[in-house]
Design a protein around this ligand. Structure first.
Ligand SMILES: Nc1nc2c(ncn2[C@@H]2O[C@H](COP(=O)(O)OP(=O)(O)O)[C@@H](O)[C@H]2O)c(=O)[nH]1
Ligand SMILES: [Mg+2]
Length: 257
C-alpha cells in the first residue's frame, strides 16, 4: 500500500489532482482510494472514500467553543491528528493499492502546525510520498519561482518524506513553460532572468537564496501537469512508480532480502 499526500497552497489544484490521480489509477488496474483531510471544504471534485468531515464538524466546533470561522478552522485542523486511528482503520479496511490524501486548503494550518506532520509520520503505509503542487500561474516571474521553490523546501523540512514538485495549470502557461524549465536546469539562466527584475533588493535576495538551493541539488525540474487536459499525468505517474519501487528495493536491501 502506497500513500500519496497532496500538499500545496490554497487553490493550487490539490483536490482536482487527487480526483485525477484516482481516475488515473482506476484506469490502470490498481485499486486507489481517496482520503479527504480538509475539515473545512464544502465541495470536492470526487467522492472521498474516507472523510475527516465524518469525525470533525466545523459548525459544531464554532458553536461549542464559541469561535468564528477562522478560529474554528484552526482548531479543526489541529484536531486532525486525533482522528488518525479512525482514518487509518477505515482506509485499511478498504485494502487499497494506493491511498491519495487530499490535504487541507490552507497549507499553513496543516504543514506548519503540529497536526499535519504528526499525521503523516504516524500514518502506516509501505511507502509514502508528498506531492507539492505549485500553481503554474504563480510561477510566471523568476522571483515568484524562487519563493515557490523555497516554500517547497520548507514543506520538505516539515514533513520529512520524499517529495515531488508538481507545477499545475500548465494549460495556462504553455508560452512560459520552456523558460520555467530553464530556470530549474541552470542557475545562470535563473540568475539572468533575476538580473532583469526591476526591484534590485528582491533580485539580490533571490540570487543569494538560489545559490544554496542549487548547491545542495534542491532545485529540480518540477513535473508540469494540467488537471484539465491531463497533459503530464503519464510523467507524474511514472515518477511516482519509480519512487515507490526504489523505496521498496531500498527496504529489501536494508532487510537483507
Ligand atoms: N486551468 C486549470 N485550472 C486548474 C488546474 N488545477 C486546478 N484548477 C482550478 O483551480 C481551482 C482550485 O483547484 P482546487 O483543486 O480546488 O485547489 P486546492 O485548493 O489546492 O484543492 C479550481 O477552480 C480548479 O478547477 C489546472 O491544471 N488547470
Ligand atoms: Mg482542496
Amino acid at each position: 500500500m502506497y500513500t500519496i499526500f497532496v500538499t500545496g497552497t490554497a487553490g493550487s489544484g490539490k483536490s482536482l489532482l487527487t480526483s485525477n490521480l484516482l481516475e488515473w489509477y482506476n484506469n490502470n488496474d490498481v485499486t486507489p482510494i481517496s482520503i479527504n483531510l480538509d475539515p473545512g471544504v464544502v465541495n470536492l471534485p470526487y467522492s472521498p472514500d474516507v472523510d475527516v468531515r465524518d469525525f470533525i464538524d466545523i459548525y459544531s466546533i464554532m458553536e461549542n467553543y464559541n469561535l468564528g470561522p477562522n478560529g474554528s478552522l484552526i482548531l479543526a485542523n489541529d484536531l486532525i491528528s486525533t482522528k488518525l486511528t479512525e482514518i487509518q482503520n477505515q482506509a485499511d479496511e478498504l485494502n487499497p493499492d494506493y491511498i491519495i490524501v487530499d490535504t487541507p486548503g490552507q497549507i499553513e494550518l496543516f504543514v506548519f502546525r503540529s497536526s499535519g506532520p504528526y499525521f503523516i509520520s504516524n500514518f502506516l503505509s509501505d511507502n509514502k510520498v508528498t506531492l507539492f503542487t505549485m500553481d503554474g500561474t504563480l510561477a510566471e516571474s523568476p522571483i515568484n519561482y524562487v519563493s515557490l521553490m523555497f516554500l517547497s523546501q520548507s514543506v520538505k523540512l516539515r514533513l520529512n518524506t520524499p517529495q515531488i514538485n508538481v507545477l499545475t495549470k500548465r494549460d495556462k502557461i504553455i508560452d512560459k513553460l520552456k523558460e520555467v524549465f530553464e530556470w530549474s536546469n541552470s542557475i545562470s539562466s535563473l540568475q539572468n532572468s533575476l538580473n532583469e527584475e526591476k526591484n534590485y533588493e528582491q533580485s539580490l535576495l533571490s540570487k543569494d537564496l538560489i545559490k544554496t538551493l542549487f548547491k545542495s541539488g534542491h532545485i529540480t525540474n518540477p513535473i508540469a501537469i494540467s488537471n484539465i487536459t491531463m497533459n503530464g499525468m503519464i510523467n507524474l505517474s511514472a515518477t511516482l512508480s519509480r519512487l515507490f519501487t526504489q523505496g521498496e528495493e531500498g527496504r529489501k536491501n536494508n532487510l537483507g532480502m
